[in-house]
Write a protein that binds this ligand. Structure first.
Ligand code: ASP
Length: 324
């Protein structure tokens, strides 16, 4: 039987209600999570690695890179079919994306979690772990990049995002849809995510920021960043690349300090394109100054920039990682 390694990091899946504080807190180990799912014994030999037990808001990009390397290390073992990472849902799409971007293996690395704590009525964690292990053990999941499994759906790392604060069907891939589904007896994958990118920096570049444009935004935050040791900036602009004029001026100011700027859209599907030419459109900025993020969200563009800046600071070289 195949081996699947489960790396436990925490999240709601590993939380229980705590009388004293009146809310969910970390309470359940990776071993506890796996032993609560007896059906796993028919799918794979499951090995548990306790990485952390923290809410996903405490997971940093540095930890994501460590998790990626840990997953790679286990995937080098011949008997290991794939890796599952249990993780809070709040930043799960970020860990899934960074792991997929930086890992070396082609074996499936699957993140999962839960929207209901282990002490809830009808917790979803056990079913999600089973579905994730089935996916990690499935030969069709090889070469699909990192995957996120929740609510019996399989999503590609670059496409998935959290869409609801509490629903068990919170993860969706707007504009794309899931690449597959998990049924009681099988995993069905019907789509190959293309353009799977890999970046292998020694370390991630820190001090990379993300700003979201809003109606009436002024240049104040850009002025602050221009004074900070800021190494890179992602701006989530409107629609297919438009922004208020002070945002355009702010981007120009940041660029004048040599800081690379990536434009992504605050809309959750589609890419930034040079559709308009009026003042405040993407095309009204000096093309040498900006890099378009493609279809990825701002939070993923930021992680990609952190990884790419670990390789090069050259804007033309950086552009190749994004504009493809
Ligand atoms: N706050 C939790 C976390 O991200 C949410 C969850 O796991 O669903 O750790």
């Amino acid at each position: 039987m195949k081996t699947v390694v489960v790396i436990a990091t925490g999240g709601t899946i590993a939380m229980k209600y705590d009388e004293a504080t009146g809310g969910l807190v970390p309470a359940v180990s990776g071993d506890d999570l796996v032993s609560a799912v007896p059906a796993l014994k028919d799918v794979a030999n499951v090995e548990v690695v306790e990485y952390s037990n923290v809410p996903s808001g405490h997971i940093t990009p540095k930890m994501m890179l460590e998790i990626s390397r840990l997953a790679d290390k286990h995937c080098e073992r011949e008997e290991v079919a794939g890796v599952v990472i249990t993780h809070g849902t709040d930043t799960q799409e970020e860990t899934c994306y960074l792991v997929g971007l930086t890992c070396k293996t082609d074996k499936p690395i699957v993140t999962t979690g839960a929207m209901r704590g282990a002490s809830a009525t009808g917790p979803d964690g056990a079913a999600n772990i089973l579905a994730a292990v089935m996916t990690a053990a499935c030969p069709d999941a090889v070469g699909k990049g990192a995957l996120l499994v929740l609510n019996d759906e399989i999503h590609a790392a670059a496409e998935v995002t959290k869409t609801h604060s509490t629903s068990c069907s919170t993860f969706a891939s707007p504009g794309w849809g899931p690449i597959g589904h998990i049924y009681s007896d099988r995993v069905v994958i019907r789509r190959q995510p293309l353009n799977l990118q890999r970046i292998h920096p020694e370390a991630l570049c820190e001090d990379v920021y993300l700003l979201k444009a809003y109606a009436g935004m002024d240049a104040y935050l850009f002025e602050c960043l221009a004074e900070k040791p800021c190494k890179g900036l992602v701006v989530e602009v409107f629609g297919c690349g438009n922004m208020p004029l002070p945002v355009k001026a702010g981007i120009e100011l940041v660029r004048s300090k040599g800081i690379p700027v990536i434009l992504s859209s605050r809309v959750h599907a589609g890419r930034v394109v040079k559709e308009y030419s009026y003042d405040g459109s993407a095309a009204s900025l000096n093309p040498a100054d900006i890099i378009m993020a493609g279809e990825i969200t701002g939070q993923k563009a930021r992680l990609k920039l952190m990884a790419a800046l670990g390789i090069t600071q050259d804007v033309a070289e950086l552009r190749k990682y994004f504009d493809n």
